[in-house]
Design a protein around this ligand. Sequence first.
Ligand code: ADP
Length: 208
Amino acid sequence: MTAPASSSARFLIVGPQGSGKGTQGVLVAEAFEVPSISTGDVFRENISGATELGGRVQAIVEAGDLVPDELTCELVRDRLEQPDAARGFLLDGFPRNRVQVDDLEDFLASRGEALDAVIELVVPREESIARLRQRAIDQGRTDDTEEVIANRLAIYERETAPILDVYRGRGLVLRIDGVGSLADVTARIFEALATRGLVPAHPVHGAA
Ligand code: ADP
């Protein structure tokens, strides 16, 4: 007997730069058949497409600073209002500070919704820096220079890591060891979700 699929799947994935949250987030979202929403991807798409939003955020993203909360929160609200996010979503890279946590909370509460889990990917600093250096070579992201990486990690540690305490206080955080093969980490995530009764409708591609 397999457990019934979860009726709602509202997830956050949080971890330092280079923790693999983008890759793992997509796998979780696909399995639960909810959209994977990466604010970083949205900003990068707008920059490369030379949209008005792209023009407004380009210098900020290239410096590794946070885009203003007002802009980011509005963008996320608009995206979560789309019909494909009605049953759930996986947010990657949002919220990133306390203001964004509160904005998301207000938005969900206004819709009678709540988060189901916060997936925390734990990766030591040295490992995360090594992975980002490799990504700089593989992908050529303009924000993967030494200086900008250091800024992004510092902002993560100062502003983003503390939001996990808020979610920990609500019992939402699943702490996952992010070191290991992609498949191993994926398997750990799905095991942890299953302990909360969060089971996808379909077997997971990539999980052991
Ligand atoms: P990483 O986690 O590796 O820094 P992301 O793709 O999540 O990469 O984000 C890239 C950049 O996009 C960030 O450095 C920041 O400039 C901007 N950004 C993404 N998400 C947010 C957010 N929630 N709030 C403010 N800025 C954001």
